[in-house]
Design a protein around this ligand. Sequence first.
Ligand code: AMP
Length: 677
Amino acid sequence: MKSYLVPNSAQPGYSAIMRNGTFKDGKLVHDYDGVITLYQLLQRCLRLFPDAPFIGTRKFDAVTRTFGEYEWTNTTEAGKLIDDFGSGLDIVYQKYAPKDSDSEGDQEALGIYSINRAEWMLAEAAGFRSRRYSVALYDTLGAESVEFIMNHAEVSVIVCSIDKIPKLLKLKDRMPGLKVIISMDEFAQHGKNPVSLPFTVNSVRVLHEWAESMGIVLLDVPQVLEMGAANPTLPRPPMPDDLCTICYTSGTTGEPKGVMSTHESYTYAAMVSHHSMPVDRPVYLSFLPMAHCFERIVVYVGLLGGGSVGFYSGDVLNIANDAQALRPTVLAGVPRLFNRIYDRIAAATIHAPGMRGIIARTAIKQKLERLEAGQGFKHALWDRIVCNKIRQFFGGRLELLISGSAPIDHKVLNFLRVALASTVVEGYAATECNATATMTCPDEKRAGHVGVPYLGVEVRLRDVPEMGYLATDTPCPRGELLIRAKHVFKGYYKEPEKTQAAMEGEWLITGDIGQFEEDGNLKIIDRRKNILKLAQGEYVAIEYLETVYSRCPLVQNIFVHGDSLQSKLVAVVVPDPETFLPWARKISGNSQTDVGELCGDEHVVGALLVELRKIGREAKLQGFEIICSIYCEAEPFDIEGNKLLTSTFKLKRSVAKEYYRKQIGDMYRAINSKSKQ
Ligand code: AMP
């Protein structure tokens, strides 16, 4: 058994506690030389791997308009940059942003706002040198959330790419605490990096004048490095219990919540991940946003193994080009990206015409059969003839591919396992447990579950009777998933009530419904709070959307459905006969038809969808919250007949999902085949 159920740990309403099969006693042995803060982790890299390539980037050639080979900064050079930048930051804070006596705690926040790049990582590490914690901003937050986070986290100094400077200056009036902006792009070099291309000598001058008029000190990284090199300060290393980052999650209801993580919790998460999935001197391609903790943890895991981090060149669509230049051994991504990669590889292999397609299909079929028979993902002949070529997509050296953040399609996961002839794992976690909870085993042959707890992590299930999930369910216990580990978060910043609601004693309440599978794996089968993450990573509050769409006078009942494997929403709509009949008859041109027939009339269904989408837009819903397809149902939802409602008239979502499984499947098939055309 890959996991271990702790004997006698089940309690009424709770399942037994599940641990990793090699972590039965709950003790972690290896301690990585006593490392307990991220600052110490970086110092350990300096000690053990001083000459190793640490950070790699590709320079843009403005003449050929291509990116060059990776150029590396070794660990010692990076250490010097961190020292100089850290000293420079000390001077900047002291001179331009001295700590307000009213602000919380004795640590300071350092804002970071850019795509992944070397300066992102170096800025965060330089902050750690003086106990500063990072607060990351990213574009998909939207301007309102950027403003909220900057004020909520009291960010006075921010390091950002040049393109973010106008965005920040525009908001400055509403962000009184912001004092200093440090550009990652050197002002004298503007125009050389495509990210900074719109910026000319003149626009940089305008930025300076604009910043000055707003009372903002505008510097660039080389200036701060120079300040620090000329006046080195003594490091003030963080304590294990100090904050290392506040990671804001984009909630659907209300403002973003700031997940507070300590140095110890991040380090511990990285250690248990490395323990569970040892990687030695990995070469890692970094492109998932560092603003999310998943990416940062993977980077720190790599550093524990003496690894090198190559940053992508700024365009995820160009990831294959970066991979071919870097030739990574480890890569982490999200299902949405892997779906795209699957489509590309499949088109060139199993869906290819002629002999090439026949050979690829035979190879993949045989390899999948072997995988399912527990014989692994390698095959001497097929790897040589077919899969080694596929491996070139990522440069040919890939050993480990990690998918996380949302469920990955079974077909895609197993295809990647055999086609890339690499270990492909799926991880499950949440920001609140530093992206580290469960992972499929390296030799896993089955898809559709999230594996077993990491070493150092315990999970259990709690009854959710109103949804019909019980820890006593047989053969597989089901219930809300709770997580206990040393790296579970410290709380939401300035939100004690929300923190309390997220915890049950030492256990993190995930809101996900889990099922203990008979083979010892954990499977995520539902969400408790009906806040669902779509495939592109956006959260939707389904019940809220139903309230919005129910405003349509033609609607009697509505069941909005989203699926984490899909990026679009669909719905089952029961029309209100009183309003619907006259309206729909006019559209169908037949005054005798009944509701049932009208529900099957595609013109009527199309017109109803248009009405609902109009209501969604009027309510200012986001694009991904607008439903894309509906199934029209004549029979109302009720308590006794179809049993879709509770006695208090609440929709039983899990029952409805099962009841309309076919219709939902048809809608998604139609949407997906349309989007492929
Ligand atoms: P976040 O805090 O944004 O990383 O989101 C955490 C949530 O993402 C979890 O509570 C799950 O609902 C979902 N999630 C993450 N990984 C997976 C996975 N492998 N399978 C299913 N859901 C996942």
